[in-house]
Design a protein around this ligand. Structure first.
Ligand code: CS2
Length: 517
């Protein structure tokens, strides 16, 4: 039986083949690139497609697509090309197709750039205009792995219940139009239903997003969605489909005109309209699973029995501190994480926050914690990565719990003070006051922006602090609410009156080690 009706399975147009004279990156220009540029060690056109990736953003292209390239180079196993699916905007699809799906990764450390042309993308697909094509590809028996970077919102999970948000508009749409879903969850369920009808093993589905227990959240959302269509399908997915958790760590900044210029320079004058820029650091930890997979472990990834400790350390040390630097850094007038972490007060606060607030909630031994903190501060300071505050600070309401307040709750229960988390929360609230005012550089992008802006309008800072802190869907259930209200309220007053540097200096002196006062 055909997985999808034939009339609807229009093949995605083949990538445009560039002419040998083109000044644009493509198969025809690959051989003439300067020897300093690393090229695929295989012929890109000879790859099969064993992976479908949903969310063809810079993060995927600077990470998984590159690791897969190194894996294919190490093993010669040509089955693992990637059909990369853009979930919303078509620009990246157009750019990739115009250059035979090739693009450059620029690994930047200060002034140093290492350029590598990546050739693992076998097809660039635009989901909104080819939803059936996406499902057809996922259901293809040669596809053994589906990976996702669709951001937190893409999982359609309600923060209140941790299960599928069945009442949200996109989910309701996908339940009505099962044949043409718009969400990643709807597409996965549609494709898995086709695999079940066809028979044979389903692909393994791996989340690469920055969520806690990302595989389990994804599994829950997919099974909940399937159950709303057909209980037997939900049951089949629960028994047959593996959703390992995975943790990716690489700081990737969105590409700008500067990156295009840097790519052209590295490629000896050849244009690349889809370069990605990232730091050299990279880790990828994947919960082990049954079945075929590329030997990503030969190219820097790790398969482990359980990713939990690694995930907590990454979310709390790196991502939590990113939030601290973004919210306070923007209030101090810094435009990027690199600028903020070169500021002595902010750097001292970030170090204290990691060592004495986030660190004690993790299983990392002290010397490893210290090493990780030093490395992170070095990574944050990388001036070549323009990680702007609005981007790092976006969707704070969805990031607070896993990155900040879960640890804060543990600290309070253990009698440890939480001055960094208090300042972080106060600075985030302050963004709502300042956003849109004259001279403010930050922009609040948040799925709850309207309701939170209404809370931010409460004139009394202590009442305002309480109104925020009571939002359990953002912070979880916080203990010692009266004390926290006083602390966040006082921080709000100080941040509205004084320089950020003075506020930090005063508070660092009050709690020099973050221990309970
Ligand atoms: C950042 C992450 O924007 C953010 O939330 O904290 O994208 C961060 O750069 C990556 O998780 C690094 O691995």
């Amino acid at each position: 039986m055909h997985a999808f009706p034939n009339s609807l399975t229009n093949p995605v147009p083949a990538a445009a083949i560039s002419s040998p004279n083109s000044r644009r990156l493509g198969v025809g220009t690959l051989t003439g690139l300067p020897h300093t540029v690393t090229r695929p060690a295989f012929t890109p056109r000879n790859l099969g497609t064993g992976i479908v990736h949903l969310g063809c953003g810079a993060f995927h292209r600077a990470h998984q697509a590159l690791v897969t390239q190194h894996t294919i180079a190490a093993t010669g196993d040509r089955r693992w090309g990637i059909a990369a699916v853009a979930m919303s905007r078509p620009d990246i699809v157009h750019s990739l197709r115009a250059q035979d799906n090739l693009y450059t990764t620029l690994l930047r450390d200060g002034g140093e750039i290492r350029a590598e042309v990546v050739g693992t993308i076998t097809a660039a697909v635009h989901a909104p205009t080819d939803r059936i094509g996406v499902m057809r590809r996922i259901a293809d028996p040669r596809v053994r792995i589906v990976t996702l970077t669709v951001t937190t919102g893409g999982y359609c999970v309600s923060p209140d219940t941790g299960r599928l948000d069945a009442g949200s508009d996109p989910v309701r749409h996908d339940l009505r139009c099962a044949a043409k879903p718009c969400t990643a969850i709807g597409m996965l369920v549609g494709a898995l239903a086709a695999v079940r009808r066809r028979g044979g093993n389903p692909p393994v589905v791996i989340s690469c997003d920055n969520l806690s227990a990302n595989g389990r959240q994804l599994r829950g959302a997919v099974i909940d969605f399937a159950a709303l269509r057909d209980d037997r399908l939900a049951d089949w997915i629960a028994r047959n489909v593996q959703f390992p958790c995975s943790v990716v760590d690489r700081i990737v900044a969105p590409a700008t005109a500067i990156d295009e210029a840097a790519a052209r320079n590295s490629l000896g004058g050849i244009d690349d309209r889809a370069p990605v820029s990232a730091e050299p650091f990279l880790t990828w930890t994947i919960e082990d699973f049954e079945g075929e997979r590329p030997r990503w472990d030969l190219a820097g990834a790790r398969f482990v029995a359980d990713v939990t400790d690694h995930e907590l350390a990454k979310l709390r040390l790196l991502n939590g501190t990113h939030m601290l630097l973004a919210y306070l850094g923007a209030l101090a007038g810094h435009a990027t994480v690199a600028e903020a972490s070169a500021d002595p007060e902010l750097a001292a606060l970030a170090r204290q926050f990691m060592l004495h607030e986030q660190g004690p909630t993790l299983t990392l031994p002290e010397p490893e914690l210290r090493r990780t903190v030093d490395d992170l501060l070095h990574r944050f300071r990388n001036p070549a990565i323009r990680h702007d505050m609005t981007r790092v600070g976006r969707n704070g309401s969805g990031k607070m719990m896993p990155r900040v307040t879960d640890a804060m709750r543990e600290n309070l229960a253990a009698g440890r003070a939480t001055p960094g988390a208090v300042l972080l929360i106060a600075a985030w609230i302050r963004w709502f006051d300042l956003c849109g005012t004259r001279g403010a550089t930050m922009e609040v992008i948040d799925s709850r922006v309207e309701e939170l802006a209404a809370l931010a309008a409460i004139p009394d800072p202590y009442r305002r602090a309480r109104a925020f802190l009571q939002r359990t869907e953002i912070f979880g259930r916080l203990p010692q609410l009266d004390r926290l209200q006083q602390e966040v309220g006082a921080a709000l007053v100080e941040l509205s009156q004084d320089d950020v540097a003075d506020v930090i200096r005063r508070r660092l002196l009050e709690h020099p080690t973050g221990k309970a006062a």
